[in-house]
Write a protein that binds this ligand. Sequence first.
Ligand code: TYM
Length: 330
Amino acid sequence: MKRVVSGVKPTGDPTLGNYIGAMKRWGEMSRDPEREHFFFVPNLHALNVRPDPEELHRLTRSAVAWLVACGVDHDHSYIFAQSQIPAHSELTWILNNYTTIGELNRMTQFKDKSLKQGPEGQLVGLYDYPVLMAADILLYDADEVPVGDDQKQHVELTRDIATRFNNLHGETFKVPQPTVQTEGARIMDLQDPTKKMSKSDDDLSGCILLMDDDKAIERKIMRAVTDSGSQVTAAADKPAVTNLLVIYSVLSGRPITELEEAYAGRGYGDFKRDLAELAVHALKPLRHSHEQLMREGNDKIDKALEHGWWRASELANAKLGEVKEKLGLI
Ligand code: TYM
């Protein structure tokens, strides 16, 4: 049976970008009986921002609740937290010896941070992050890794690490395939359409959180920047309107060309009002379901984590055992 592995980091509340680029699709695919799905919360990955421990704990459980709220079927697929399975850390140490400094230097996420603040003060945990991500994927012999555009480079590095290890020690790891959807793989900030919508931004005025109430969603969309002109069309010189059209299209299931026709000659105001209504309507049930799961006394999150931990540790421990044996590790 094919395996699918992916995760959402608990460094903040998930955004509309996380939902459109990844979590919505995870919810839809998780019921496919032809595949085994693992959706996990990479809480070890979150340590490189030195989170407050209580907040990390809350965000990790909250991320599990968001996965369930987005439709991930926790009976037929597996949800777990990375820190429940020590094999992730152990395989990372091993794979560090199959990854070069040159490769990590080329990772755009690290380069971006180093450009802004210089490489010297950056943490090793941030630098080594892609190797931990490779371990996350390779432990489970994943065939597919459904991610947004920004994570594609990390999955490609994972492929290189797996191939290198296999060449040296014989077939050990499955070489995974990143699967990136054609529309919505990179949702941009509503205030700055040259920048990815991100939960770790200081300024969240252009970022819709799944937590946001109806009023906040409406306000952020109505205040979203637009481009010059007044036509609602997708074009290279209209990044802001194109981004809004992509969001509209994914949330409504209507192709962009149909939306362009529907709004021909009607201007940005009408379009934004309808989009705000659509987004409020689409996100409300997720928020309510999340709220219910987080309510005290609801043990669904613990049950999901236990079920996921059981299957994930079975696979991860077997794979780590195989690797250690090949390397002569007692
Ligand atoms: P994270 O938590 O940043 O994002 C989770 C998923 O959401 C996608 N995404 C977006 N898609 C479209 N538009 C956006 N603005 C947007 N922002 C985020 C991401 O591409 C991702 O698919 N390193 C990963 C977590 C991770 C992981 C893994 C993923 C750790 N180990 C192993 C897959 C396999 C991350 O930080 O995702």
